[in-house]
Structures are given as structure tokens and as C-alpha cells.
Design a protein around this ligand. Structure first.
Ligand SMILES: Nc1nc2c(c(=O)[nH]1)N(C=O)[C@@H](CNc1ccc(C(=O)N[C@@H](CCC(=O)O)C(=O)O)cc1)CN2
Ligand SMILES: Nc1ncnc2c1ncn2[C@@H]1O[C@H](COP(=O)(O)OP(=O)(O)OP(=O)(O)O)[C@@H](O)[C@H]1O
Length: 196
């Protein structure tokens, strides 16, 4: 069964509401489990640059990945004028500014940020997913635009895209749009799912 396109909006709203309503204890437990799953990936053990996100609106927090100090450079997404993403190295205590959605991002000039293809692993926030790697995001198309180069016939060797969310965000009816960039893995509090 496939959901019509108009359902994307309804699914976003429903998932947003459900995620915001989660008790803090459940979010923190999910954060620990997700960190364990993410750390178990060889690509994460070998990563030099790993992109996360600043969790908002009930997203799975990623702080547990930073303690103890990881072997990779942790980066956060920054919106560009072209509606794509650059990635800025960030450590606890570094300055942040709010982007147009009120999400904190590092206070760095674009010239100090790294392009998407410099990342080895990207932890991708999502609102809904299918186990074969279709992702419904916040609706701006930022991740799809930034990682469109992975759509080429011969998929680039990196970065590895790992969607992060709660198990309840699985929505099997989700239909891939032509521009959707597929996820390699999905980490939830319950499982590490290999998508392909
Ligand atoms: N923590 C976090 N950081 C992130 C993302 C994310 O999903 N989570 N992004 C992932 O791309 C990018 C920001 N993209 C965003 C895109 C849209 C909206 C948003 O709230 N849009 C509309 C509602 C859209 C709709 O429902 O149709 C709004 O302004 O209300 C927020 C962030 C980069 N940083
Ligand atoms: N590679 C691309 N080039 C140009 N426009 C794109 C590209 N990818 C996506 N878009 C545009 O972005 C819009 C939003 O796409 P979509 O609904 O899939 O966002 P999303 O993946 O949920 O959002 P986000 O990545 O911000 O979380 C679409 O209308 C689409 O036209």
C-alpha cells in the first residue's frame, strides 16, 4: 500500500505531535540506545568527520555520542543561502546562533564549514521512515539537496547516511519522491536497521 503525496503533510503533523509528547525519560533512554547502535557501525568507528544535529521538537538527542570524547570531529548542519547544508565542527561550549527555524547552529563563517561530501557519516533527522530507507524529513528538502550526489548511478563511497528516529516513526506507506536520497541505515531505540 502506498500513501498519496498529500498524506506527507498529515504524517509530518502526526509524527511531530507524537514526538513532542514523549516524556523526557523516554527520550533519554532512546538517546542511549541510539548512541549504542550508532557506535556499533564500523563506519562510525573509522569516521574522521561525523555530522549530527541539534535535537529540537523531541528529536532523539545525540549528546551521548560525545561522551567520552569521540574519535571523530563532530559537526552540525548549517543552512546555506542556496537552501542546502554545510557542516561545521562543533564542541560543547562553542558559540551557537539560531537559524531561520530557531534551530541552533555553530556561529561560523561558511568558509570555515565543510561540504556534505567531506563527511564520513551523517546522522539524519527524520519525521518518518520505511525500513528500506525512504525518509520523510522536516519538509525543506535540505538533506535531499545536499546529498543529491549520492543519487548518481554509482553511489559515492561516502558519506554513510544513518537516519535517526523513534521506532514509532516507521510508516510503511511512505512513497519515495524522485529527489529522495535513500538512507543506508536507520537507528531507533529498538534496532539498527540496514536498509540496503
Ligand atoms: N535538529 C534538526 N536540525 C536540522 C533539521 C532537522 O530536521 N532537525 N533539518 C532538516 O532538514 C534542517 C532544517 N530544516 C528544517 C526544515 C523545515 C522546518 C520547518 O519547521 N518547516 C515548516 C513546516 C513545514 C511543513 O510541515 O510543511 C515550518 O516552518 O513550520 C524546520 C527545519 C537542518 N537542521
Ligand atoms: N535535489 C534537489 N534539488 C532541488 N530541489 C529539491 C531537491 N531535493 C528536494 N528538493 C525540493 O525540496 C522540497 C522538499 O522536499 P521533501 O518534502 O522531500 O523534504 P524533506 O526531505 O522532508 O526535508 P528535509 O531534508 O529538510 O528534512 C521539495 O519540494 C523538492 O522539490
Amino acid at each position: 500500500m502506498t500513501a498519496p503525496r498529500s498524506d506527507r503533510r498529515a504524517v509530518r503533523e502526526q509524527m511531530r505531535a507524537r514526538r513532542s509528547a514523549l516524556p523526557a525519560a523516554q527520550r533519554l533512554a532512546a538517546a542511549d540506545a541510539v548512541a549504542r547502535h550508532v557506535r556499533s557501525l564500523d563506519a562510525v568507528r573509522d569516521a574522521r568527520y561525523l555530522a549530527g544535529y541539534w535535537a529540537t521538537g523531541g528529536e532523539v538527542p545525540l549528546h551521548a555520542l560525545l561522551v567520552p570524547a569521540p574519535g571523530f570531529v563532530y559537526c552540525l548542519p548549517c543552512l546555506t543561502s542556496g537552501n542546502a547544508l554545510l557542516f561545521a565542527p562543533w564542541r560543547a561550549g562553542d558559540a551557537l546562533v539560531q537559524n531561520r527555524y530557531g534551530i541552533p547552529e555553530p556561529d561560523l563563517a561558511p568558509s570555515s564549514c565543510l561540504p556534505p561530501d567531506a563527511m564520513d557519516v551523517v546522522l539524519v533527522p527524520l519525521l518518518a521512515f520505511t525500513t528500506d530507507g525512504v525518509r520523510l524529513g522536516a519538509g525543506g528538502g535540505y538533506y535531499d539537496r545536499s546529498f543529491a550526489f549520492l543519487q548518481a548511478a554509482q553511489r559515492a563511497a561516502k558519506p554513510l547516511l544513518v537516519g535517526v528516529g523513534y521506532a514509532f516513526q516507521q510508516h510503511d506507506g511512505l512513497q519515495a519522491e524522485p529527489w529522495d536520497v535513500g538512507l543506508d541505515y536507520i537507528a531507533t531505540e529498538r534496532a539498527l536497521i540496514r536498509c540496503r
